[in-house]
Design a protein around this ligand. Structure first.
Ligand SMILES: [Zn+2]
Length: 139
C-alpha cells in the first residue's frame, strides 16, 4: 500500500494519498489546499485518482477538492449531513481570513455501510457526527 500524508493549507490539515501498488489506483482524503503538492505525490507514484474523500466540510479539509477534481476527473464524496456547512465555505473563509475556494460540488454522499476504494484497498465508512453533523471516519 502506498500511503503519503502531507499537511496542507494555513491550518495544516493532514491530507492522505492512498494507492494500490499493483493497479496504481488511488484515493485522496481531505485535499484542503495545496493541490499542486498533492498532485506531485500522485505523479511521483504514477497513480490515478479514482475518489476524493472528504471527512467533513470544514474549509481546511475540502477547500482544494474542486481543483483536484478538475485535475483528475475523480468524484468528490462527502456525507450529506454536511451539505449545509459546505454552502457556508465563504463564511468559513472569512472566519479564518483566507480567500474563498468557491463553490464545491459533491458527486455522491457517503455514510454508514458504504466503502471507499483504491484498487484492491478498501475502507468502511463510519458516520461519526460530533465535530460536524456529517463527519465520517474510515476504518
Ligand atoms: Zn474540522
Amino acid at each position: 500500500m502506498i500511503h503519503e500524508m502531507l499537511a496542507v493549507g494555513a491550518l495544516q490539515c493532514n491530507c492522505s494519498v492512498i494507492g494500490d501498488e499493483k493497479t496504481r489506483e488511488a484515493m485522496v482524503i481531505d485535499p484542503g489546499d495545496d493541490v499542486e503538492q498533492v498532485l506531485e505525490l500522485v505523479r511521483k507514484h504514477n497513480l490515478q485518482v479514482k475518489q476524493i474523500v472528504v471527512t467533513h466540510a470544514h474549509i481546511d479539509h475540502v477547500g482544494g477538492a474542486m481543483k483536484l477534481r478538475q485535475a483528475t476527473g475523480a468524484p468528490i464524496l462527502l456525507n450529506q449531513n454536511d451539505y449545509a456547512l459546505l454552502k457556508m465555505l465563504d463564511v468559513q473563509a472569512a472566519w479564518i481570513g483566507m480567500p474563498t475556494p468557491g463553490k464545491v460540488e459533491i458527486d455522491h454522499s457517503i455514510g454508514h455501510g458504504d466503502s471507499v476504494k483504491a484498487g484492491s484497498l478498501s475502507a468502511d465508512v463510519l458516520h461519526t457526527p460530533g465535530h460536524t453533523e456529517g463527519s465520517i471516519c474510515l476504518y
